[in-house]
Design a binder for this molecule. Structure first.
Ligand code: MN
Ligand code: MN
Length: 468
């Protein structure tokens, strides 16, 4: 039974004035532009780097000293990056950190992807992150990524975005012959091995077999100088080819691919770029690999954060490793990630007293996890109280969030990989409809409040954490 929620009068649109409403729409326009430019973790890292350099951020690797007001950029493996604004108080007092992730669910090409069958050439894929496989059929797809040849040459691929360029697609079965498929569970109706991308159909004359595959390889050789084996040292991602759009008669929403978690990336980036001299050193981390468990050397289970902080101390001439640990333990962090908005089409999986709603402000998620908070960081109430005060004092409309009903499912964020240093961490982000789908929906009011919330957090002067 649907629960009523009369007690809530927290619609964010009613809590912002005309000036802020205009700001929210301007921010959303820039956000839509960003989403169309940055559809992969690498493209997102490039966008961050360009935006930061324009605002005077310089490579941390070139810093001779560390002094208040300096702005640093650190980009690692072209995928994970950090922006730092040095505060006026000592580094060992800790940092205000906002950590988001740049990767999003998609279809990666396999190392040997190209084959021919039934008069068509296709590419085999292995999906990345938690997807509902059926959502990736019958939509236009673009290919993004890099191919690194044996000699080290790197080819950047971005094909299918421009309407003049060809796009790609995965066919779905016609309903006329889908009787058996339609009886299956949705998780089994489209299989992983069934997600093969259509890439061509003209045969090469004179070849004995696999004439279409041969023609595609010839085209790739002539146009890009690549051979079949080069797919093995490539990182090619199929993503929805359509553009981000305003949604609704009132244009109040944004519909787009990859808003988990590029909405947090964009809003925290805007926040740190707008920062004046902070009291405490402010850091934004833009991590990769969150959707597959924060693994690898560009995910937050790596030593990226520790290395960053060690480098800050190293370049400030203080090489006592204890200071690295102390600074991290004294820090405060927002794990900037999305939560699910209550979906009126699927009310049964939500618990409306504790789940978040579109347009009701920045979502504060005390814990994530599943099956009894398993894998959750679970923020300390002292820290949550401080964030409540901070947001209320700065008119940042916020709401509580939890991922659906207890035992309905669940999920995690990078919070635990920050919390292990001892710092206080709270999950805090925008509510989405259709999370992980090729077309997620967010409210422009919430996007604006994420920017505002992250900014007041980065500027805040908290009581220094207990540290170690
Ligand atoms: Mn996420
Ligand atoms: Mn996700």
């Amino acid at each position: 039974m649907a629960q009523k929620k009369e007690e809530r009068v927290k619609n964010a649109w009613l809590n912002i004035d005309e000036e802020e409403r205009v700001q929210a729409f301007h921010l959303a326009a820039r956000y839509i532009d960003f989403l169309n430019q940055a559809k992969t973790e690498r493209e997102t890292a490039d966008f961050i780097e360009n935006a930061a350099r324009e605002k005077g951020f310089v490579d941390l690797a070139r810093a001779k000293v560390i002094a208040a007001g300096q702005k640093f950029l650190l980009k690692y493996k072209n995928k994970i990056s950090a922006l730092v604004v040095i505060g006026s108080t000592p580094l060992e007092n800790g940092f205000n950190i906002v950590a988001s992730h740049t990767d999003a669910p998609r279809l990666d090409l396999k190392p040997m992807p190209l084959y021919e069958t039934d008069g068509m050439a296709l590419l085999k894929t292995h999906y990345y992150g938690g997807i509902k496989k059926y959502q990736w059929t019958a939509i236009p797809l673009a290919l993004h990524g890099v191919i690194v040849k044996k000699n080290g040459d790197r080819l950047v691929v971005r094909l299918g975005e421009d309407e003049q360029e060809p796009a790609f697609t995965i066919s779905d079965l016609l309903p006329h012959l889908a009787r058996e498929q339609m009886e299956k569970k949705m998780s089994e109706a489209v299989t992983g091995e069934g997600l093969n991308i259509l890439v061509g159909s003209i045969p090469e004359a004179g070849e004995d077999k696999d004439k279409i595959k041969a023609a595609i390889l010839k085209l790739l050789r002539e146009k890009y100088g690549i051979e079949e084996d080069d797919f093995t040292s490539a990182e090619l991602e199929a993503v929805p080819a359509f553009k981000a759009r305003e949604i609704g008669f009132d244009r109040s929403l944004v519909g787009a691919y990859g808003q988990d978690d590029r909405v947090s990336v964009f809003t925290s980036l805007e926040a740190i770029l707008a920062l004046q001299q902070p009291s405490r050193t402010a850091i934004c981390i833009f991590a990769d690999k969150e959707e597959i468990g924060s693994t690898g050397n560009t995910g937050l289970r790596s030593y990226f954060i520790e290395n960053l902080v060690a480098e800050l101390f190293h370049r400030s001439g203080r090489q006592d490793y204890f200071l690295v640990r102390k600074a991290l333990a004294c820090s405060h962090a927002l794990s900037a990630d999305v939560n699910s908005a209550v979906d009126p089409n699927y009310e049964q999986v939500f618990e409306k007293m504790n789940n978040s709603f579109l347009g009701e402000g920045l979502v504060v998620t005390k814990y994530t996890g599943s099956r009894g908070k398993y894998d959750a960081s679970d923020a300390n109430p002292e820290f949550v109280a401080w964030i409540r005060r901070l947001f209320d004092e700065n008119r940042v409309t916020w709401q509580v969030g939890e991922l659906g009903k207890v035992d309905e499912g669940g999920g995690g964020t990078v919070a635990q990989y920050l919390a292990r240093y001892g710092m206080d961490v709270l999950d805090c982000g925008v509510a989405l409809l259709g999370m992980h789908s090729p077309f997620e929906v967010a409210s422009k009011a919430d996007i604006y409040l994420a920017y505002k919330g992250y900014k007041v957090f980065l500027e805040a002067v908290p009581a220094i954490g207990e540290g170690i």
